[in-house]
Design a protein around this ligand. Structure first.
Ligand code: TGC
Ligand code: FAD
Length: 390
């Protein structure tokens, strides 16, 4: 494995505050020491490194932007920088933190009762309780509004029935945030303890992508939960989409890290690999053109992430801004990973280098949290006012 060197062609790091750099550097060090040495092995074995959860908690990665309940009260840019560093390690590590923090802690914090907040947030911040987010169903991915999962009120309980699919951390979670329609057809969020009778989580095997992440299907068969487990502030699909804004923002930063790792590996490789005599392949015009395209696109993506981060810190980032960030940066990272794979030749498919793992991971990242094309339509709707989904 080649030693990573920072990728910052435009000197953007110098415009970060001292605290932002501190947050980035400590996450970077942790990833270098704790993720990089083990991650290829985890991906090979199809294993998420659960043993690192307590350390991630200690590093303050969980609920990092929360100002209370043990959160570090970090800014959005600081949160983004953590995501960038984690995904430079592996998209599966960033996914775990994204789901736990942005898709479960955030909604509990935003929509939950005081009782639910005190019960779950401190334990989740310490990594003692793990969360998962159940929105997607076997027949409803891009169109979650069609979901069939139902919640029926019976006395002092809600009774849930339905199936959820492709759920990150589903079979290692202690609590699942399940989105279901109530008797008035309103989509609401319910916290379901994963040891409730009738709740089943099964890991999905056979993935070529995100192998170091747990992905599961969930089934709920007459699962009874107390009425207090409803997140009272949720009402309609927009509540679930509000959570996705947080996680999509983290992805928009995270994938820049994956691209930085791929680019840096390709650059170093191109400088020592020689063909046709004593000249490194980096000395050929076509290879230089590929490297330049990569650094050009990475630099633009870094600026975009920082800009949307600053907007979000000022409360001015819209859902469409975040869609643009997710759409652009994931496509950029995938292009970069593919170009890096090409530059490494046959070595580009070997797990001695991190490229192919990142490239395969990014195929999932392109699909989840709204596919590339769904984000095209979200932005299209925003600029034209015309809904082109149906
Ligand atoms: P539509 O009628 O457009 O919207 C319904 C209501 O929601 C409002 N809204 C939003 N609110 C907040 N944030 C957003 N981003 C919002 N987008 C829309 C909208 O204004 C409306 O409000 P109201 O008051 O009128 O009710 O809904 P639609 O049914 O037509 O669907 C729209 C669409 C396609 C944009 C949406 O459903 C969508 O984003 N689909 C993609 C699904 C998706 O992203 N799933 C992600 C599942 S979780 C996941 O993938 C985790 S992977 C994590 C990991 O491992 O890292
Ligand atoms: P579909 O919706 O069936 O889309 C298939 C294709 O059709 C795509 O190319 C799509 O862009 C296109 N398409 C669909 N509708 C339109 C349209 N109107 N116009 C043009 N093109 C269209 N979900 C969760 O709820 N929680 C999780 O934790 C979670 N984790 C995931 C982890 C992984 C590894 C993966 C792969 C997925 C995860 N998901 C999760 C699910 C993810 O959000 C969905 O896969 C995603 O929303 C797309 O849904 P789908 O796979 O059903 O594809």
């Amino acid at each position: 494995m080649l030693k990573f060197r920072d990728v910052d062609f435009l000197g953007i790091g110098a415009s970060l505050s001292e605290n932002e750099r501190l947050v980035r550097d400590s996450a970077r060090r942790w990833v270098e020491e704790r993720i990089i040495p083990i991650i290829e092995g985890c991906a090979r074995e199809g294993r998420f490194p659960r043993e690192l959860i307590p350390e991630m908690a200690q590093m303050g990665f969980f609920g990092a932007t929360m100002p209370d309940y043990g959160g570090a009260g970090l800014s959005q840019v600081e949160y983004g920088l953590i995501m960038q560093e984690l995904e430079r390690g592996d998209s599966g590590i960033r996914s775990f933190v994204s789901v736990h923090s942005s898709l479960v802690m955030y909604p509990i914090h935003t929509f939950g009762s005081d009782e639910l907040k005190s019960r779950w947030l401190p334990a989740m911040q310490k990594g003692e309780a793990i969360g998962c987010f159940g929105l997607t169903e076997p027949d409803f991915g891009s169109n979650p509004g069609g979901m069939r999962t139902r919640a029926r009120r019976v006395g002092n309980e809600w009774v849930l029935n339905g199936e959820k699919m492709w759920i990150t951390s589903g079979s290692i979670a202690h609590v699942a945030l399940i989105w279901a329609k109530d008797e008035s057809d309103v989509i609401r969020g319910f916290l379901v303890e994963c040891d409730r009778p009738g709740f089943r989580a099964e890991e999905i095997h056979g993935k070529y992508s995100l192998r170091a992440s747990v992905t599961s299907s969930l089934s709920l068969n007459d699962v009874r939960i107390p009425v207090g487990n409803l997140l009272p502030g949720t009402g309609g699909l927009k509540s679930a989409l509000q959570c996705l804004n947080q996680a999509r923002f983290g992805i928009g930063w995270g994938v820049v890290g994956a691209a930085m790792q791929c680019y840096d590996t390709a650059l170093q490789y191109a400088l020592f690999r020689k063909q046709f005599g004593d000249k490194p392949i980096a000395g050929h015009q076509i290879v230089q053109e590929k490297l330049v395209t990569m650094i050009n696109q990475i630099s633009q993506a870094q600026l975009l992430a920082l800009h949307v981060g600053r907007l979000k810190d000022q409360g001015r980032a819209t859902a469409a801004h975040i869609s643009l960030l997710k759409r652009n940066n994931v496509a950029m990272a995938l292009d970069t990973a593919r170009a890096a794979r090409d530059i490494l030749g046959a070595n580009g498919i070997a797990d001695e280098y991190p490229i192919f793992r990142h490239m395969a991971n990014l195929e999932s990242v392109k699909t989840y949290e709204g596919t590339h094309d769904i984000h095209t339509l979200i932005i299209g709707h925003s600029i034209t006012g015309i809904d082109a989904f149906a």
